[in-house]
Design a protein around this ligand. Structure first.
Ligand SMILES: Cc1cc2nc3c(=O)[nH]c(=O)nc-3n(C[C@H](O)[C@H](O)[C@H](O)COP(=O)(O)O)c2cc1C
Length: 192
């Protein structure tokens, strides 16, 4: 099984989403011998935002990284994605990664009957963290719903979520994170 572990939090050791993805990956490795792990830390090594130069492949190093990111995505059986909410949406580094893997003809295509995702058969497990509490699909939430939509668009219908909300509240933070950590095994059981 090929596992792609992505983090995007800027909070390092204080990050709740990193704690959650680490727990998910740890458990997946225990549960599935011989996991091939690919790690993408989008804070330590962000992919450049798309530009006219990216499209023209002016920078060979950037083009090679983009190609690698796309291949790692296409080859993965399971994606574990740490996704904190920043300004009501996902971190821009995670969006920059999506811009590199959502490629017409590779991960989706347009057909006469509409778009078709080509990245089928994968499982995506999202570690969703928010400082506040935002109703899924509500006016302030362009985060989990966006990620679910774009992954579905690319053909990934099996999207599981481990969610910790209210992390900015000191009275809620510890219990929110602990509850989310406790929810990890159930999210993986669904993945079996
Ligand atoms: C730059 C920045 C923007 C944020 N914007 C929001 C926001 O719009 N809504 C919210 O509920 N929390 C917001 N937060 C709080 C984070 O979602 C919260 O700290 C969460 O724990 C981040 O996940 P992490 O611990 O993995 O970094 C923001 C945090 C940062 C650093």
């Amino acid at each position: 099984m090929k596992l792609l572990h992505i983090d995007s939090s800027i909070l390092g050791d204080n990050s709740a989403s990193r704690a959650l993805t680490a727990e998910i990956v740890h458990r997946l490795k225990l549960q599935t011998p011989g996991v091939q792990l690919t790690r993408l830390d989008l804070d330590a090594e962000p992919l450049p935002h798309l530009s006219a130069g990216s499209l023209a492949k002016l920078d060979a190093t950037e083009a090679a990284r983009a190609e690698r990111a796309l291949l790692d995505f296409l080859e993965a059986d399971v994606l574990v994605i740490g996704a904190p909410m920043y300004n009501f949406s996902i971190p821009s580094t995670l969006k920059a990664w999506i811009d590199r893997v959502a490629i017409a003809g590779k991960s989706f295509r347009y057909t006469a009957s509409g778009p078709e995702g080509l990245a089928k058969g994968k499982v995506a497990i999202l570690a969703i963290t928010q400082g506040g509490v935002h109703e899924l699909g509500g006016p302030s939430e362009h985060h989990e719903s966006y990620l679910r939509f774009v992954l579905n668009f690319l053909g990934i219908s099996d999207v599981r979520v481990v969610r910790a909300q209210g992390l900015a509240r000191s009275d809620l933070r510890a219990s929110a994170l602990n509850d989310a950590l406790r929810a990890v095994p159930a999210s993986l059981a669904q993945a079996a």
